[in-house]
Design a protein around this ligand. Sequence first.
Ligand code: GBH
Length: 551
Amino acid sequence: MMAKIWCASGVLVSGLVVVSILFGNSAFGMTSPEVYGGFVYKEHEVPTRDRILYDQFPQNFSWGVATAAYQIEGAWNEDGRGPSIWDTFSHQPGRVYQNHNGDTACDSYHKIEEDVAMLKNLSVNHYRFSFSWSRILPDGTVANINKAGVDYYQRLIDALIAANIQPMATLYHWDLPQALQDIGGWSNDIVAVYFNEYADLCFKLFGDRVKMWITLNEPYISARMGTEEGFHAPGFKHQGSTIYREAHNMLKAHAKAWHTYNDKYRPTQNGVLGITLVIFWGVTASESEADVAATDRYMQFHAGWFAHPIFLGDYPEVMKQQVLKKSRKQGLTSSRLPSFNEEEVRLIRNTADFLGVNYYTSQIVANAETVGDKVGYLDDQDVAVSFDENWPKCDVPWLRPVPWGLRKVLEWVKDQYGNPPIYITENGIAEEDKGLVLADTWRSKYLTAHINEVLKACVLDEVDVRGYTTWSLMDDFEWDSGYRFRFGLFHTDFDDPYRARVPKFSTDTYHEIIQSNGFGKPFDDDEEASGINDKLWKIFKKFSYLFKRAD
Ligand code: GBH
């Protein structure tokens, strides 16, 4: 079935590619947003900064794609899976765009073969997926282990290994077992203990084959969107306090799991364990002292909040001062930001073998002291954020492609935390659902530009980046946006009960970059005169519309 779809779509895709190449030179300059999904890209805004670097990644650089359990698996109530907060949330009317939910999603629970075939087709080295905690432990605790759930992941992992694809497993990508939310969720510190037991079980069950572990995905988003802003499950709007308590317990959960792995499993399993943080680049609004300081606060409040305790011990000083100052002003006797005792600082420090970085966009940051008595995470920071209107747009309002911001983020991590090993664990772009759109030139451009900035970070800035992972393997359930935005390299047909997947054009772009392990110089006047070799000519033809060279 899949082969047939691929075959048919292969023809379709190549047809569309021809169209893109014919109109290629204007594809990212003046093309109308209707044709190119709203992604208007300005080439080489600053030539010295944005020019493509033709070079290769280190030999063992790892290429991958990512997904997450609730976003693709479906089978929400099959084979003994327990409910998670995302089942509860998405079943409440009005929570998710058009009341979509992940009941079936991409049906990946029934599609191991198809998913692995797609990964092989891309020739990736690793696949980042997540375990559904409540599929393995229906009530969140190791008192009940769901054998069918365990089997699903065993079969997936075996299939990956057979295909020579390294599993990169995330233990928690936002789908807390509902039973644990019923006792307070992440704001109850016992959940850190349950997480550690769940992690321990996963190391035991899968650690002979899984060598790359990620404890938590974007704890910042899960705390902020889940309990401060309420756009994500469990959907609370508790301003200014729960968010910090949850993050505090997530840090403890992460650290406990790292120690469990380090003490009990690393000696025999020899893997690595890290955490994934979303890091946007804060571009200072001006060179004024106030704006520069505000930009540092912005970075510390969303990234340093987790990275500082993990790499350096304790929360960033500026965050401690800022939340204490605000809390006092609000008449509280102590800070809303909890504190770690000495023992906890020691427990949490040095608990990442690598840092996973999710990067999508950047923001302009200015100093803006909040007025009035507003209590909240945003108000604690005294910053105002915006976009530069010159930055390209895509269909997703919060996502303005700023490729060079990724290089800045990587340099920032290197400088702040002493050059730890980094994996880019997510990076991608989406188009709004408009049916079967396969000529996703905006994605080819986005990936090319961002991967090239990673290359600059590796080669020019000597940042220790070990791998790159794009979001996402296929169109999936995009949390509160439901199926509105398509982030996939493969198109998923959500109207088809079979959930057919069809490759978009960008699969080819990504495949080519992986094959070349970087960027071969596409064109050179001398080479043209002497006749360039077939391989280079092929790459040039394929990418010429992406790589207009600045002069
Ligand atoms: C990632 O988060 C997630 O890890 C992944 O699961 C998800 O599919 C991917 O993004 C793509 O969306 O609507 O203005 O309130 C990236 C961080 C968190 C950024 C939610 C956008 C919503 C902004 N994202 N946030 S808004």
